[in-house]
Design a protein around this ligand. Structure first.
Ligand code: NAP
Length: 488
């Protein structure tokens, strides 16, 4: 266990700058540590009435104190928030390792620095949001002076998944706040603790009350009430394709703005010129990082036949050597899945892989210990038609498939309803750029991968989502362009 002093885990809803210990109905839900199955906290499950209070508070802040701030002053508060997050880096690391069951080194090295960087990046944008002067045609002979204003949308509802909760919360709230919106955040019920700590730091930084509100609770109640609320101007959602589709349909009905960051079944393509020893750790990391609970996980691995046996052996060896265990043990390389349901779902996909005839190279079992652990699992010799190649598993399971012809590999890579990311492994620069254009994905990684950068647009093609987050695209997604014309 970490030695860092933790804040009170038992916090309430954060609405209008105040903490509410109970929901309006008194309903609660339990937060459990996936790696130990220990109870961490019992939190209020926000009702539709609580969500309404949060949206009203956000609206009041938008029309009031937050809305009146200059971009520079919004930026100053966001820089302050980033500073406080840096001060509390180990608190975030500990909460995230406890709550998600992942090894502490991952949020320490990747997620929390990324979340802080995202807040700083967008703090910098807050006073740099500009309109355009456009040379419009004269109006009945009178010249026109036309320009655009890029304006905030109003209240943004941010609904997040549990796999990388701090990053996801910051990817949503930072661009929304920088652009001048206010936010109601509904974190996933399985990993809500860091969102509450973010709220505490927003309070400490001195943001006007109501700028950020956090409603913990259940998707079909709190999440659905947020999406349906007429006071919400935009929904920014990260989660499954199924829930994303429902939200997309509902937003379309109301013409409500919405961005959807959904699932993936990303391909990795290993060309014949790749240096096997150099690329195998990256290929394995591409589907094993964060227990495979990564939207962009590279779970379908197409390998040139000349390298195939060596890559299968290398990836299998890495999977077998992974140390599973306590998130706070320095030796631990992989943690537990988020809950028993997710563990059982992953195990059922492993059974499907075996039943459909793929060769099990490594893993496939549940370690005999408390916590929702599944051994890193590698399948080989399957095809792109298997269920384990078509459906998102969201666990540490990868499938290797040989190919003889690069065009065939690209066709198979693109033969999926998803299009979030793709990974290319090659030392041929020309092939890398050519294939990068051919694969259908929002992000293409060549010879390595990591967390999305604050400066780069992030999002999916096809059923992996709609819209982009991060970079200037994040500002565009949180503003509307208004035209002003003066007839001179
Ligand atoms: P999920 O079940 O869709 O839940 C996502 C969020 O939506 C949670 O906060 C959930 O609340 C809430 N929710 C559930 N039903 C709702 C409803 N009817 N109305 C409004 N909100 C509702 O997804 P998940 O299992 O948490 O996350 C895993 C998925 O997220 C995977 O598919 C993964 O690929 C995707 N993901 C995508 C990205 C990306 O950037 N593209 C990043 C991370 C994860 P509860 O927690 O109470 O259910």
């Amino acid at each position: 266990m970490s030695t860092v002093e933790l804040p009170r885990l038992q916090r309430g809803l954060f609405i209008g700058g105040a903490w509410r210990e109970e929901s309006s109905t008194g309903t609660t839900f339990d937060v459990v540590a996936p790696a130990s199955e220990e109870h961490l906290a019992t939190l209020p499950a926000a009702s539709a009435e609580d969500v309404d209070a949060a949206v009203r508070a956000a609206h009041a802040a938008f029309e009031g104190a937050w809305g009146r701030l200059s971009g520079a002053d919004r930026g100053k508060l966001m820089y302050k928030l980033a500073e406080l997050m840096e001060r509390d880096l180990e608190v975030f690391v500990t909460l995230e390792a406890l709550d998600v069951g992942r090894p502490a080194f991952e949020p320490r090295a990747v997620d929390i620095p990324n979340a802080i960087d995202v807040v700083r990046h967008f703090a910098g944008w807050a006073d740099k949001i500009e309109g355009r002067l456009i040379d419009a045609l004269p109006n009945f002979g009178r010249p026109r002076h036309s320009y655009t204003l890029r304006e905030p949308l109003g209240v943004v509802a941010a609904i997040t998944a549990w796999n990388v909760p701090t990053m996801l919360a910051c990817w949503k709230l930072a661009p929304a706040l920088a652009a001048g919106n206010t936010v109601v955040l509904k974190p996933a019920e399985d990993a809500p603790l860091t969102a509450l700590h973010l709220a505490a730091l927003v309070e400490e930084a001195g943001f006007p009350a109501g700028t950020l509100n956090v409603v913990t609770g259940l998707g079909p109640v709190a999440g659905a009430a947020l999406v349906a609320h007429p006071g919400v101007d935009k929904v920014s959602f990260t989660g499954s394709l199924e829930v994303g589709r429902e939200i997309g349909v509902q937003c379309a009905r109301e013409f409500k703005r919405c961005t959807l960051e959904l699932g993936g079944k990303s391909p990795q393509i290993v060309l014949a010129d790749a240096d096997v020893a150099a690329v195998v750790p990256g290929i394995a990391g591409g589907f094993l990082a964060n227990q495979g609970e990564v939207c962009a996980a590279g779970t379908r691995i197409f390998v040139a036949r000349s390298l195939y046996d060596d890559v299968v052996e290398g990836v299998g060896e890495i999977a077998r050597s992974v140390v599973l265990g306590d998130p706070f043990d320095a030796a631990t390389q992989m943690g537990a899945l988020i809950n028993a349901r997710q563990r059982d779902k992953v195990m059922s996909y492993i059974s499907a892989g075996v039943e459909e005839g793929a060769r099990l190279v490594a893993g496939g079992e549940r370690p005999d210990r408390p916590g929702y652990f599944v051994a890193p699992t590698v399948f080989a010799d399957g095809t792109n038609d298997l269920r384990i190649a078509r459906e998102e598993i969201f666990g540490p399971v990868g499938l290797l498939v040989p190919f003889d012809d690069v065009a065939e590999a690209v066709r198979a890579a693109n033969d999926t309803r998803y299009g979030l990311a793709a990974y290319l492994w090659t030392s041929d620069v020309s092939a890398a750029h050519t294939l990068a254009r051919q694969v259908k994905a929002g992000t293409v990684w060549v010879n390595g991968a990591g967390a999305p950068d604050a400066r780069l647009p992030w999002g999916g093609l096809k059923q992996s989502g709609v819209g982009r987050e991060l970079g200037y695209a994040g500002i565009e997604a949180n503003t509307e362009e208004k035209v002003v014309t003066v007839v001179l």
